[in-house]
Design a protein around this ligand. Sequence first.
Ligand SMILES: [Zn+2]
Length: 274
Amino acid sequence: MLVNCPICQTPARFMAKHPEADIYRCDCCTHAFSDAASMLKQESYDSTYYDDTHRRWFEHPNTALFDRLTAVIPYGGSVLDVGCGRGDFLRHVHRKRPDVQVTGIDYCPNKDETIRFLQGDALTLNIPDQFDVVVSLAVIEHVADCRALTRRMRELTKAGGTMAVMTLNESSILYGLARAGRVLGVPLAFNRLYSRHHIHHFTRASLRWLLKSCGLSVSRHLMHNAPVEAMDMPVCHPAVDAILRTGVWAVFAAGSVTSKTYLQTAICSTHTTN
Ligand SMILES: [Zn+2]
């Protein structure tokens, strides 16, 4: 069956069978993705997503990245976080920069009174405002129509404003080791990274392709990791957890040296590039 790449629309090739989805690779823009037709069940984003499955991720927010993004917000400006979750980034902005008006959108309710919160689907919700800065952090890889999300974020950004998209980096050392492990019969990391809740696996090249094709100009492309403490390990035993975490620390350190980090954040301006 022919499956087209969601980024550049050229036919992609079958890459691997995951227990939850068929994974495809595009040889044109290098993007990897789960074929929606092959997926058993979509991820649900109820409270167990935050409290259980990804508990450590939400307990250890990436404050270094938050600081870098806060720095691009103009004085007295506004910021929108698309898929704000519990509002960690917006609370951080509010604490450091009380001059900034902070707004978040998410499916899940949010009762934090420091945040102007809009509940619903960012793609369809009626939002009359535009913002100086629009960010989405670890969201785009979960959204089937990532092009529609990018266009929507652009619509919500003021002319001359800034957009920032943070996502996974499939060209990272961590992903490369996960693929090698699967070939060698140890699919634990592969199954974790390519699970159905990550529909898209952006490489540095495929993220830039998407943003440029939506009329955005990438002004800075940050290659970075998450805090090691934030990684949710698929093990319960403390000793095994400690060994795995040490391994992740070493992989992250190697990634930082080579720019093949686990995560990437593209910071864009909204003027058209071509
Ligand atoms: Zn492609």
